[in-house]
Structure formats: C-alpha cells, structure tokens
Design a protein around this ligand. Structure first.
Ligand code: PXL
Length: 261
C-alpha cells in the first residue's frame, strides 16, 4: 500500500484541511498519515478561530511517522505561521530527502480568514519551495507570491515560471477564482506547459477543492504516475466530487470525496 504524509490543518467542519485530505487519500486507496499544524474552529459558513500546534510538535509528528512508517509522497497544506514553516522545512530535510512533496500554499480560506501569518509567506518561499516537486497556488495566492497579472493563460505561465525560479520543481496555477465559463489550470513543469480545462460548475459547494486537488495529485505521485497524469486524474476527480457534492451546511459545503470517476 502506498503511503501519504499530510502536513496540514484540521477543519472541524470536515470539508477542507486534514479531513478532506484523509478522505481523498482513502478514496485513492492510499494510506494517510498526518502532521497537524493547527486546529481550526470551522463550519461551512467560515472559520471562527485557529489554535496553533507548537512547531516542535509538528516536527515531531513528521519525524515519528517518517522514521517508522515512511512515505511515498507528502502533501503540505495550511502552515499557519513562520515558525511552523521553518520546523516543517528542517524536519523534511532530515527525514524526507527523496520523497515527492506537493505544496498547496494555503494563505486565506474561501471565507476570507487568514490561514498563514503575513510574515510566513517569505519563509514558505525560501525554505519550502525548493523542497516541493509541485506547488499549487490559486489565483489570489499566485498574485501574492508571484505577482500574477491576470487569469489569462499567458500570465499564469509567467507566474508559474517565477515560482519555479524560486525553487519549486513545477507550478500549477489554478483558475477557479476567475470568472470564465471554462476553468483553465495551467501547469509549467520540466516537460513544458500543460493546460487542464474543465467547465465551471454552478454551485456554492466548493469548500476544500484546493486541499482535495493537491492531495489527489500527491496520491498519483505516490503511485509513481508522471506529474501531468497525476494532475489530470486529480482534476477529473475534483470535478466529479464537486458535481456530486452532498449539499451539506448553509454556507460553502463540502465535496463528495467518494465520487466515482
Ligand atoms: O482551503 C484551504 C484550507 C486549508 N486548510 C484548512 C482550511 C482551509 C480552508 O478553509 O480550513 C484547515
């Protein structure tokens, strides 16, 4: 059985974060382990509070799991603060030398709550981008991290190249925050440029799509799939998961992580 270590925050509502990640890995038949960075108090209407896990405890979760069980891939989501970014980077340098890392550079929740301290983005770029096989920013994150100019394919490609220049192996700029009827996700990797185009679904149930996508990609990498195939399969899975969302909660509801693809 392939093994995935998830380094991310808990969403009490079960739609995003660690909970989405475990369900996704389970749907892919991949064994999920976790290093929890923060506990959010949250439902489909928004994030009410964030309780940080001490950075040393985050690092110990990483060393405990990797030194015993090991991993075939690692997904990183919410990092919360700069000290945790640094603790994660040094734990991965020690214990995860050849394991592919998918970094979802989570900054702000769909509901507008900060999930990364303002001073932590620089640390994430400097210490974690060089460890990542792939980073998966959405449009607001690509604006903040790489001065993305517009949602156009060409501008996404330019931003992706900037992120790669900072050390990431590849970058996938997700188009979900644009408004066009087709969502273009643009990936630049060592093999060139890939575009993943899917119809925009009319729904408010999109909570946790970023977490779900990055974990699904990491599962593909854990199985040994080439990056473009892992991203394509993950994108199809997310589309089906949104299409069949159960409609829970009064706000942005969760996806159906057990959608048939
Ligand atoms: O979607 C980003 C995200 C990541 N991690 C946690 C979250 C969210 C969004 O709400 O709650 C824990």
């Amino acid at each position: 059985m392939k093994r995935l270590l998830i380094i991310a925050g808990s969403d009490s509502g079960g739609g995003a974060g660690i909970q989405a990640d475990i369900k996704t890995a389970s749907a892919f038949g991949v064994y999920a382990m976790t290093a929890i960075t923060a506990v959010t108090v949250q439902n489909t209407r928004g994030v009410k509070a964030v309780h940080s896990v001490p950075p040393a405890v985050v690092a110990e979760q990483i060393s405990a799991t990797l030194s015993d069980i090991g991993a075939d891939a690692i997904k990183i989501g919410m990092l919360d603060n700069a000290a945790t970014v640094k603790a994660v980077a040094s734990a991965l340098k020690k214990h995860a030398k050849k394991i592919p890392v998918v970094l979802d550079p989570v900054m702000i929740s769909t509901s507008g709550h900060r999930l990364l301290a303002p001073n932590a983005a620089a640390a994430m770029m400097k210490d974690l981008f060089p460890l990542a096989a792939l980073i998966t920013p959405n449009i607001p994150e690509a604006k903040a991290l790489a001065h993305l100019k517009s949602a156009k394919r060409n501008d996404a490609e330019i931003a992706a190249r900037k992120l790669i220049a900072m050390g990431a192996g590849a970058a996938l700029i997700k188009g979900g925050h644009a408004t066009a009827s087709t969502i273009d996700d643009v990936m630049v990797w060592k093999g060139g440029v890939e575009i993943y185009a899917f119809p925009r679904l009319k729904t408010r149930h999109t909570h946790g799509t970023g977490c779900t996508l990055s974990t699904a990609i990491a599962c593909g990498l854990a199985e040994g799939e080439p990056l473009p195939l892992a991203v394509g399969r993950a994108r199809e899975y997310v589309q089906a998961a949104i299409e069949t969302a159960p409609g829970l909660g009064k706000g942005h509801g969760p996806l159906n992580h057990f959608a048939q693809v």
